[in-house]
Design a protein around this ligand. Sequence first.
Ligand SMILES: Nc1ncnc2c1ncn2[C@@H]1O[C@H](COP(=O)(O)OP(=O)(O)OP(=O)(O)O)[C@@H](O)[C@H]1O
Ligand SMILES: [Mg+2]
Length: 284
Amino acid sequence: METNERLDLVRSDRWIAFDRANIVLNRLTSLMEMPRQSRMPGLMVYGSSGIGKTMIAKRMESLYPTQYEADIGVTQTPILLLQAPPAPDERRFYQHILASIGAPMWGRHTVSELEVRALSHLRDMDLKMIMIDEVHNLLAGSYREQRRFLNMLRFLANDLSASLVVFGVNEAVDAIRGDEQLARRLDEHFLPLWEDDIEFSRLIQTLIAAMQLERGSSLSVHSLRTILGMTGGVTSRVFTMVKALAIDAIETGEERITDEAVQAWQPIWAKHSWSIRRQPVPAF
Ligand SMILES: Nc1ncnc2c1ncn2[C@@H]1O[C@H](COP(=O)(O)OP(=O)(O)OP(=O)(O)O)[C@@H](O)[C@H]1O
Ligand SMILES: [Mg+2]
């Protein structure tokens, strides 16, 4: 592979499988494989901003693409990934669903008209899982609005006999647990910040291997701690740092990440301005 292609590969936001993310994917896969029942169990995945939730959601969605069954003339979409509206607003949410499945409804409609239409389309899609990212957006509403919105999510999942999977930052947890009926249906999966342990050292190994450098890098425990300290244990920052070190290693011809390079590293991020392009789920 040419140097430029390799640099592009490192810079791209392509999926890199690491253990913790795989564990979540496995949990989601078992939900997908459960036989349909009236009250499908679901999952709440939560953790700090930048921990990797949206990447997992998108990866899961990509593993179950929409399929057209030519012989019976039916399109089947196993998973629908949606972003929660900026505030718990049912109208916007239904409009967003309709737009994202390519059936927008223009003009003025009541919430129930939108709901009827959205549900009828969703039923036709034969969904097995509805994933809602950024579910903490519901905190922007009053207590009553939050309740109504969670109620609607539960109703949606029940009506479609689909698993509901929500992703959000830690602050969202209490709001979701506050809806007892919903909480009973949702298992919880917490993605903690990385710590100084074997899991973190495995993550770094996995990441460096994914950079496809020509020489092997073996970082000292001290370097691992430095990475942890500089990144605060946030996945996105760890990725940004290792990717930048890999780019240097390719450009200088060193072809491996050294302890010296880690020690000399200067952070390039400000809060929420990662050097690597972030691709949020399309907003509306
Ligand atoms: N499995 C992965 N493969 C490749 N890159 C990843 C992976 N997980 C995280 N990243 C990197 O970390 C960045 C942040 O991840 P992500 O957007 O999933 O975080 P998040 O938990 O959804 O954060 P927020 O709560 O702010 O939305 C990604 O844009 C990507 O650069
Ligand atoms: Mg996200």
